[in-house]
Write a protein that binds this ligand. Structure first.
Ligand code: NAP
Length: 292
């Protein structure tokens, strides 16, 4: 047990609303334990109306940094002193660093997406990709695909089509990539775009605990053995979507490598220290297996 009474303790956290089941406190506190540094990571449930005050409170209390989750990832941008080029281009902040009262915003989801997709680079480049979702994670996925993987075309498919259109317009205006199509999340549209895509990314909350029996697609014929299916959902690790994809012979990537890589980059931004990712992954899997 660490001694949190030391005056040099560093406080980190996560802000969102509501704060549901999150693995981030485990990942960061385990990292701190493994590295032996005096850091504590806590979840804070911050309602949108309290966001500005919460940031002022973090500055006043000397909180070193926080992760940011739904619904604050976009709304927080105008409240920060500085936003990294990457977070600005994505339009979403998931990490805030407090530099002696000046708050900077970063997006480490892109690093997590690169970590997950890099082994498949040669297959993704020049082929079609579909991103299902239009929230913060989808923004990071579209940005990363454009910047790092140059697919032939990106379909953005979302329940609320307007948000998919908004994302399309955002990236059309902020990059020279003009091969984006926005579609509504309906079964026929999804079958069409899956058929034209080498890479399928689920960046929605569909299939997440406690609704683990849900999936954006239930039809096995929607997948084939040439496809790569990346489900960002990490709880459960093996979602309905990845199970279905694997049954169809497709290669499935779960949300764990992204979760760990984005956390490692945030930890490094706050502390300068490298997360011992393999050891944290082992500890997290043991924890999940124990059902605790
Ligand atoms: P978000 O900003 O709240 O966006 C949620 C997205 O899910 C929206 O596109 C929303 O569509 C869609 N959605 C929600 N309920 C739906 C339903 N019943 N049917 C169809 N679509 C639905 O969330 P986010 O931050 O982008 O996160 C999205 C997912 O990525 C979550 O599962 C999250 O855990 C995961 N994620 C994983 C990592 C990782 O490290 N592995 C990192 C970030 C996020 P509407 O626009 O129509 O509401």
């Amino acid at each position: 047990m660490k001694d949190y009474f030391f005056t040099d303790a560093r406080l980190l956290g996560l802000i969102g609303h509501p704060i549901k089941h999150t693995f981030s406190p485990f990942i960061h506190n385990k990292t701190s334990e493994l590295l032996g540094d005096n850091t504590l990571y806590l979840p804070f449930d911050v309602a949108p109306s309290n966001l500005k005050d919460a940031l002022a409170g973090f500055v006043a209390l000397g909180v070193r940094g926080v992760n940011v989750t739904t619904p604050h990832k976009e709304a927080i941008i105008p409240l920060l002193h500085y936003v990294s080029e990457e977070a600005g281009a994505i339009g979403s902040v998931n990490t805030v660093v407090n530099e002696v009262g000046k708050l900077s915003g970063h997006n480490t989801d892109s690093a997590g997406i690169i970590e997950s997709l890099e082994p498949y680079r040669s297959e993704i480049v020049g082929n079609g990709a579909v991103v299902v979702g239009a929230g913060g994670a989808a923004r990071a996925a579209v940005y990363t695909l454009i910047r790092r993987f140059n697919p032939s075309r990106i379909f953005i498919v979302n329940r609320t089509k307007q948000r998919a259109e908004y994302l399309k317009d955002h990236f059309a205006a902020s990059s020279d990539f003009d091969r984006i199509e926005a579609r509504e999340l309906t079964p026929p549209d999804l079958l069409d775009v899956f058929a034209e895509s080498k890479l399928i990314v689920n960046a929605t909350t569909v299939g997440m605990w406690p609704h683990a029996d849900d999936a954006v697609m239930f039809r096995e014929e929607a997948f084939d053995e040439d496809q790569i299916v990346f489900d960002m959902v990490y709880n459960p690790l093996n979602t309905k979507l990845t199970q279905l994809a694997e049954r169809s012979g497709a290669r499935a990537i779960n949300g764990l490598p992204m979760l760990l890589a984005q956390a490692a980059k945030s930890y490094e931004l706050w502390t300068g220290a490298k997360m011992p990712v393999a050891e944290v992954e082992t500890a997290l899997k043991e924890r999940l297996a124990s059902g605790a």
